[in-house]
Design a protein around this ligand. Structure first.
Ligand SMILES: Cc1cc2nc3c(=O)[nH]c(=O)nc-3n(C[C@H](O)[C@H](O)[C@H](O)COP(=O)(O)O)c2cc1C
Length: 338
């Protein structure tokens, strides 16, 4: 992994230092780039919130061989960790990796690792359509995250994704805060609860599960559930849309409590190790997503780097479960953290 990171550093050095811990300090304010917006505090809070949690060590139990396999909407996953969506890889990383090459590596790496890949969106409908055509026979394991455009634009993308074999999709509703996309044609916008419900209904009519990404308060999680969402992702978009937000792990427990079993609760922001995954699951997430480390690792060794990174996370998670007495993911509860 160190060699892979070294190679990645050479390739992305103008935009990302590939720090020992990817925590948003060196890249504060680098948006576009790999950082968090403004002071960078929202990104840093994601990492700090997880680092502040302690694991309760338990070593007298039956969980010697924990099972960290997961399930999402009926799909079996080898671990409860998905690849998060990322847009404009060459622009944000300052690299020679095209979006097409990155997505190809991601699809192969996620397939090897036994997990789900996500696809980011762009104002250019034809570019989006060309990405979904890359998905091949892995559609059942890909989540396209469509930006909060006007409904007609969203419907065109959902229809293209469905034709490519996807039966899950979502919207990063917090992208309404991305200045560059507010000025784009078409522009992103803040959706009303009614607009959200209408989009979700269209997704369901197409036979697709719908995930709302970018929920940071219990009341908005309830709005998403009331609108018919199948899942919410507790996320501040890696701290890229609004400065001075809490870390996702800080707000996760209250959001999980507010929606209970009405929707699947997912989370991203600052997950870097298997111990972080266990912490997020203990706070109420069913699965988590990782973005920056995966994009960086892909620059070091494409799909092999990605699948090795997932394997490392799986090993770390298994060890953390063994040493906290959790035989399977269902056994991870708040008593695992303090
Ligand atoms: C360069 C970059 C581009 C991103 N592009 C998207 C995107 O197109 N759609 C989206 O939903 N999230 C996007 N995100 C947010 C990530 O999916 C994720 O929510 C966030 O980075 C938190 O995870 P991390 O701390 O593991 O990076 C992007 C993040 C980065 C760093």
């Amino acid at each position: 992994m160190q060699d892979i990171k070294k190679r990645a550093r050479e390739r992305v050095k103008t935009k990302c230092k590939v720090c020992p811990v990817c925590n948003g300090v060196a890249c504060a304010g680098d948006v576009p780039g790999m950082g968090g917006i403004g002071t960078g505090v929202s990104f840093q809070n994601n990492v700090k919130a997880l680092a502040a949690l302690r694991l309760a060590m338990r070593v007298l139990h039956e969980a010697n061989d924990p099972d960290c396999s997961a399930e999402l909407f009926g799909r079996k996953l080898s671990l409860p960790v998905l690849a998060a969506p990322v847009g404009n890889v060459p622009g944000n990383l300052g690299s020679d990796f095209s979006d097409k090459e990155y997505f190809d590596a991601l699809l192969r790496g996620c397939r090897e690792a036994g997990t789900i890949a996500s696809l980011g969106d762009t104002p250019d409908l034809e570019r989006f359509k060309s990405s979904v055509r890359q998905i091949g026979d892995y559609g059942h394991f890909v989540i396209p995250f469509i930006k909060p455009w006007a409904e007609e634009q969203v419907l065109q993308r959902m229809t293209a994704a469905k034709a490519a074999g996807c039966d899950m999709c979502g919207t990063d509703v917090d992208s309404a805060g991305l200045t560059i996309l507010r000025r784009a044609v078409p522009p992103v916008r803040v959706w009303s609860p009614k607009e959200l419900a209408s989009v979700i209904q269209k997704a369901h009519e197409l036979g697709m599960k719908f995930i709302v990404k970018g929920v940071m308060t219990p009341d908005e999680a309830v709005i998403a559930a009331d609108a018919g969402a199948d899942a919410v992702i507790v996320s501040n978009h890696g701290g890229r849309v609004l400065d001075h937000t809490p870390g996702a792990a800080e707000v996760l427990p209250s959001i999980a409590d507010a929606v209970g079993n009405r929707v699947v609760v997912m989370m991203d922001g600052g997950i870097r190790t298997g111990a972080d995954v266990l912490k997020a699951l203990a706070l109420g997430a069913k699965t988590v997503l990782i973005c920056r480390p995966i994009v960086v690792i892909a620059h070091g060794d494409a799909q092999t780097g990605i699948s090795k990174y997932f394997a490392q996370i799986r090993d770390e998670l298994t060890q953390a479960m063994r040493l906290t007495g959790c035989a399977n993911l269902g056994a991870i509860t708040r008593r695992a953290v303090s």
